[in-house]
Write a protein that binds this ligand. Structure first.
Ligand SMILES: *Cc1c(COP(=O)(O)O)cnc(C)c1O
Length: 424
């Protein structure tokens, strides 16, 4: 997308606004499928939680992607978008047996991540095949908040519990058709990932009826200049070879599955916000935007860095700015970063705003959540309207006469006078 396209969208749809470039999503999808073209059956299940707008889901469906879902509502969204149940896998963590049964009734694949639910589900529904989520205890990625494979993690069934898992499978007579791992969201080192995969292959040998092995996700994309990204081509080459060798030993062509979120949509997203105030203090220059962590919480929540540029003045002299929001709390998007000279009214663009950005937006400070626009074939298509005041109060119950303001002395006098006059 060109700056001019983004500026046009900010002008016609208003800012703040999220813009998603369909071409980038498609090219990332193709890049990943190409990297694994050495395996016979590959299935990518897009992780809905990254960005769940129905237009994005339909785009994924048109590409042949499946879905990875973590709540019954995401399952329902996927079905609404036209996915076949068998193309959806339900991979929740810590949800109730009832929710898993509900998903199973809808016909989607079930992925279970603890022994307690596995046993209960197996006792009640031995005929429903399930996938099991294994925790290989491999620390992939640097950020502990998004690293989910380590020893203290709440995710998955520990590899040290495999004997117990097998006992449950045997006693309930259930059928395990897939095994899964998801080690975290930032694969820096391919060898670490391959090491975790070896553990998964080793575990897979315990199950006779597998249809697929799901390697989760964690493909890292660059957020700022100089950032390393997962080399998916190298990973594709190495893991495909290993996978094919495993299938040969196993005696069956299995499906290799992944469930990328960030990789598919992060870089496709641009968040546009207008500058309200340029404020020079004794120590820094603040650019205050017409938005805050209510719209983009990742910098505050994870310490994530979103590259920011001034698309209204891309050739301007570079100066140091701290970009902050309007929330009445510390709300910093960037500290002392070089940005082309900012004037009030300029539009700043935040990169990598496709994954976990709009999805985590809230109404904090009683602000509206922004609009979402899809840029597709050179056209800006509105895919979610900006909220309005009605949205803020839609589910509030304004109980009549629950509290009434006390009358002031003056009001009491007025009432007495009025009543006196009426009596006469
Ligand atoms: C969040 C999640 C993903 C997607 O992770 P990304 O880093 O966005 O690719 C995949 N699988 C599971 C089970 C998840 O919870």
């Amino acid at each position: 997308m060109k700056n001019a396209d983004l500026l046009k969208i900010a002008a016609s749809h208003g800012a703040p606004v999220y813009v998603y470039d369909s071409e980038k999503i498609i090219s990332q999808y193709r890049r990943l499928t190409k990297a694994f073209d050495g395996v016979k059956y590959l299935k990518l299940n897009y992780a809905v939680k990254a960005l769940s707008n129905i237009a994005i889901l339909k785009l994924m469906n048109s590409l042949g992607s499946g879905l990875d879902t973590v709540s019954i509502q995401e399952v329902q969204l996927g079905l609404l978008a036209g996915f076949k149940p068998e193309d959806i896998i339900f991979t929740p963590n810590g949800v109730s047996l009832e929710e898993i049964e509900e998903a199973s009734k809808l016909g989607v694949r079930i992925n279970i991540d603890n022994l307690s639910i596995l046993e209960q589900f197996g006792n009640k529904h031995p005929d429903v095949p399930v996938c099991v989520r294994i925790n290989p205890h491999v620390m992939a990625g640097g950020n502990t908040k998004i690293s989910v494979g380590h020893i203290d993690s709440k995710f998955g069934i520990s590899i040290h519990q495999i004997p117990h898992l097998l006992r449950i499978v045997e006693l309930t007579n259930m059928n395990v058709n897939g095994i899964h791992m998801h080690t975290g969201s930032d694969i820096l080192d391919i060898d670490v990932f391959l090491y975790a995969s070896e553990i998964l292959f080793e575990t897979a040998k315990n199950f006779e009826n597998l249809d697929f092995i799901d390697f989760g996700s964690g493909f890292k994309v660059p957020y700022k200049e100089g950032d390393i990204e997962t080399n998916v081509e190298e990973l594709g080459k190495k893991l495909s070879a290993r996978f094919n060798a495993f299938c040969k030993d196993y005696g069956k062509e299995l499906t290799l599955a992944f469930e990328p979120g960030k990789f598919l949509v992060s870089e496709a997203g641009h968040f546009l916000a207008r500058v309200n105030v340029v404020k020079q203090t004794t120590s820094t220059v603040f650019a205050s935007i017409d938005s805050g962590f209510n719209h983009l919480i990742r910098p505050m929540l994870y310490g994530a860095m979103h590259h920011i540029d001034n698309i209204s003045n891309p050739d301007g002299r570079e100066r140091y700015y701290s970009v902050v929001g309007y929330i009445c709390e510390t709300d910093t998007f960037a500290s002392n970063k070089r940005i082309n000279e900012i004037s009030e009214g300029d539009v700043l663009r935040f990169k990598n705003a496709g994954a976990y950005c709009f999805m985590m937006a809230s109404n904090y400070n009683s602000r509206f959540r922004p609009a979402e626009v899809l840029w597709h074939n050179g056209e800006a298509i509105l895919i979610r309207e900006r909220e309005i005041f009605d949205d803020l109060i839609r589910h509030q119950v304004d109980v009549k006469d629950l509290f009434v303001p006390e009358d002031t002395e003056q009001e009491k006098e007025d009432i007495e006078k009025k009543e006196g006059a009426e009596a006469k």
